[in-house]
Structure formats: structure tokens, C-alpha cells
Design a protein. Structure first.
Length: 475
């Protein structure tokens, strides 16, 4: 696969100023698959300067000009979906069948939504005899993770372009190639020089330089809560806006008496998808005490039947987790679950049978889990599901909310009953009967799952500043 040893700054591919080479590992083989150069503070300075220059003109473009630009980006993106999918499958281990559909397709979906939102959005409104104007906030720093790389990149870049902002992107060094391909997409679409800048690098140097930079007006960050706290602290000295989408430990409440054969497959699929590496995955399944044992048996069979295999081979299997650090963390939490007395239904420690390399994790289910166990509280970020029993709906809601996170929550069963508890659940999104992401609906979290919202007009408005124009102006 092609390596990208340069950054994309001011409309050109340029060498890093003092960066260091970095090999990108294929998690299925543990061998190097490509390489980048981890950038420097000087690279960030150059990218921010280019974005600041470009903002003077790009922020003044008309809505119609930006609509046309997004239309061109969409066409160029479509042509590169196979390349983007290959990069995602190779660098973060998502099976090619998912990488080429849900993963790469999410980027296309966000571009389409940004185009639709921009076409319909009114940037001015009259309030009495005065006027409120919404304008591009300025130069924005975008810091994105590896688990859904194009989803998170384009969920930010699409609305930022629509708003008239200029930007500096730092993708994860674990899955950087799809971001470089996306830079080629934007260049081919005619995005003006300096509007989009890409600096590869790690969080400690490039991420910190972006979040603390005095000439960046806003940070949009997606990643772990731990890293989000560091970004917010770094940004505080310059009083810039910080929008964050962070970790999750989403509950999935199976309402009492719900037919398990209808309710459980969707919840299991949401955990197994992407090898459990989704911040909104329904990893805590809450089942009425009368149905717990039956649910454990059924969920165990679903997980035990899930194949694990080569991400570059098409099929309905899961791939490895992204790297050794993630593999080791998952193994440690599985061991902790066993130690704390949860019932191991299926899966467990070590690689799946027949695999002697790669960061493959056995699909794992724990039953009889209690709320004080580490596997019930910590974000595992792997194909691990825990079952927790409850006695009544009040207890189910209390368990659902007993977490520092509040990104997503799921309810399966009678919609009339679900309606009675939706307002009691502290989460940014509640999915009833397997409803999935909707790109025109706000996405983000309560509590330590972050602040701000992405998707649709809600995501666009994160990149806008509000101005009052008071007094007489000619029509």
C-alpha cells in the first residue's frame, strides 16, 4: 500500500520540518503496511498560517459557491472509495466488506448531509428590527481517532467547509492513510489552497500544538475521555471553543417480556461490528432477572458463532483490534472479569483457535455481571459484551445511568413502555428497537462522553459564531 511521507499544507504536499518516520502496522499480520512522518510543532505552525491566510477569502464565499464545492468533493470521493476501504482494512483491521460500505460509506453520507444542510440553512434571521448573523468561527483544528476514521474526519470536514471555515486536520497515526487519500480528494475537487491542511502526527506533539495554538479558533476532537480532558486543558489558555465526542459504555435495556429472539441479535451485532471498537456500541445488556439466563445462553451462541478472520477477505466475520496496546488492554479486562467472579459464557483470554499472530480477540460474553465490576464500568473497546440483570424498570434506568459516560443508550421492546423511560436516561442518543445513526440528527454525549454535537444542522452550527447586528441597516 502507498506510503505518504509528506504533509498537505497550503495546497501542496510538503516535507515535514523536523518530523520523524513512523511505520504503520497491519494489525492482522503485525507487519508494517505503510509509513508516514510524524509531524512537528513547526509543521502545525505552517499549516495554521496557511489556514489563517485562506480564511480571509474562503469565509467570504457565498453559500452557492460552497454548495458547488461540496458537490465536486462528493464526486471525487466516490471514485476513491476502493482505496479508502483498502486503507481502513489494512491499517485498523476492519473487514473489507464493512470498510467498503459502512466505513467508507459514512464519509460519503456526511458529505451528502453537509451539502443538504448547507443548501437549506439560513445564515441570517431577523429579530424585531435587528438581525442575527451566523458566520464561520475561523480556523479550526480537527483531531480524529482510528476506529471509524473517515466517519469522524468527514463529520467534521464536511460542515466546516459548509460553514466557510479553514482547517488543520490531525488524524490518528494508527490509521493515517485514508486521511491522506481524502486530502487528494479535496485537492482534486478544487478546494482552495490553505482551506484544508493535513498534518500527520501523534497527540503529544501535533495534537497538543493544535489544541494550544493561539491562531486556532476552535477544536473539534473525537477520541477517548482521557485524551479529551488533555485537549480541553491545552485549549483553555487561548479560550477557544472545544467540541468533543468522547468515550461511551452504552446500556441496552431489554424490556421485560420482550421476545429475546427478536431483541438480542441487533444488540449483539452492534457490539461485534468493527470488533467492538465503536464508542456508541451497546456493550452493557440489561435484562430482566426472569430472562437473564435464557438471554445469556442465546447471546453466548451468537458470539460463539461469529467468525474471526483476515480483514482483506470479504465475508461476515470480524477482524483484529487495532494494535497491541488495545489487545493487551482487552485481555487484561477479560482477566479482570473472570477474577471478579462474572460468569464467562463464551470467549475468554488469548487469540481465537488456530491464530498465532495478529491482534485477534475472541468474541466474549460475560453474564451475572454487577455494576461494581471493572467490565461493567470501563470502556473495553473490543468484542466483549456484559449481561446485567434488573428487577424492575426503575432499577434498569438506574443501572443505565450508573456510568460516567452518556453517549448512547438502547431500548428493545414495546415502544409504549420505551417511551416512559426515554426521558429518564442520561445519554445524547437513545435508539429504540435497533434504530441506527441518522446523519441529520444531533450526535454527541452527556457527562464524560463530551460536549457539542455533530451531524446535520447541529454539526454545522458548532462551526459558526453568532453575531448581533443592532440598528438600522439598508435592506
Amino acid at each position: 500500500m502507498k506510503s505518504y511521507p509528506q504533509n498537505y499544507i497550503d495546497g501542496k504536499w510538503v516535507d515535514s520540518i523536523g518530523g520523524t518516520p513512523h511505520a504503520v502496522t497491519n494489525p492482522a499480520t503485525e507487519a508494517s503496511s505503510s509509513s508516514i512522518v510524524l509531524g512537528s510543532v513547526a509543521d502545525v505552525d505552517a499549516a495554521v498560517a496557511a489556514a489563517r491566510r485562506a480564511f480571509a477569502t474562503f469565509s467570504q464565499t457565498t453559500k452557492e459557491e460552497r454548495v458547488a464545492l461540496l458537490g465536486r468533493v462528493i464526486e471525487e470521493y466516490k471514485a476513491r472509495i476502493p482505496d479508502i476501504a483498502e486503507a481502513i482494512a489494512t491499517e485498523m483491521g476492519c473487514p473489507i466488506s464493512i470498510a467498503s460500505t459502512a466505513q467508507a460509506g459514512s464519509g460519503l453520507g456526511h458529505l451528502g448531509q453537509a451539502l443538504k444542510t448547507l443548501s437549506e440553512y439560513e445564515f441570517e434571521e431577523k429579530v424585531g428590527d435587528n438581525k442575527v448573523v451566523r458566520e464561520a468561527i475561523g480556523v479550526v483544528g480537527l483531531i480524529t481517532p482510528w476506529n471509524w476514521p473517515m466517519n469522524q474526519i468527514v463529520a467534521k470536514v464536511g460542515p466546516a467547509l459548509a460553514a466557510g471555515c479553514t482547517m488543520v486536520l490531525k488524524p490518528s497515526e494508527e490509521a493515517p492513510t485514508c486521511a491522506a487519500i481524502f486530502a487528494e480528494v479535496l485537492a482534486a475537487a478544487g478546494v482552495p489552497a490553505g482551506v484544508f491542511n493535513l498534518v500527520q502526527g501523534d497527540g503529544a506533539i501535533v495534537g497538543n500544538a493544535i489544541s494550544s495554538h493561539p491562531d486556532i479558533d476552535m477544536i473539534s476532537f473525537t477520541g477517548s475521555t482521557r485524551a479529551g480532558i488533555m485537549v480541553a486543558k491545552s485549549a483553555a489558555d487561548t479560550v477557544k471553543r472545544v467540541a468533543q465526542e468522547l468515550g461511551g459504555k452504552s446500556p441496552n435495556i431489554i424490556l421485560p417480556g420482550t421476545p429475546l429472539d427478536k431483541a438480542l441479535p441487533g444488540g449483539c451485532g452492534g457490539v461485534l461490528l468493527n470488533s467492538g471498537q465503536s464508542c456508541v456500541a451497546p456493550t452493557r445488556m440489561l435484562v430482566h432477572v426472569s430472562q437473564h439466563d435464557e438471554a445469556a445462553k442465546m447471546v453466548g451462541e451468537i458470539f460463539a458463532g461469529k467468525k474471526v478472520g483476515d480483514p482483506l477477505t470479504p465475508g461476515d466475520h470480524i477482524g483484529p483490534v487495532v494494535n497491541k496496546a488495545q489487545f493487551d488492554k482487552i485481555q487484561a479486562l477479560i482477566a479482570k472479569g473472570i477474577e471478579e467472579g462474572a460468569t464467562l459464557v463464551t470467549g475468554g483470554l488469548g487469540r481465537p483457535e488456530g491464530m498465532d499472530k495478529g491482534y485477534f480477540v475472541k468474541p466474549t460474553v460475560f453474564a451475572n455481571v454487577t455494576g461494581d465490576m471493572a467490565i461493567a464500568r470501563e470502556e473495553i473497546f473490543g468484542p466483549v459484551l456484559v449481561l446485567i440483570s434488573y428487577n424492575d424498570l426503575d432499577e434498569a434506568v438506574a443501572i443505565a445511568n450508573d456510568t460516567p459516560y452518556g453517549l448512547g443508550a438502547y431500548i428493545a421492546g414495546d415502544p409504549a413502555v420505551a417511551k416512559t423511560i426515554v426521558g429518564k436516561i442520561r445519554a445524547g442518543s437513545v435508539y429504540v428497537n435497533a434504530g441506527g445513526l441518522a446523519m441529520d440528527m444531533p450526535f454527541g454525549g452527556y457527562k464524560q462522553s463530551g460536549n457539542g454535537r455533530e451531524f446535520g444542522k447541529f454539526g454545522l452550527e458548532e462551526f459558526l459564531e453568532v453575531k448581533s447586528v443592532i440598528g438600522f441597516l439598508p435592506a
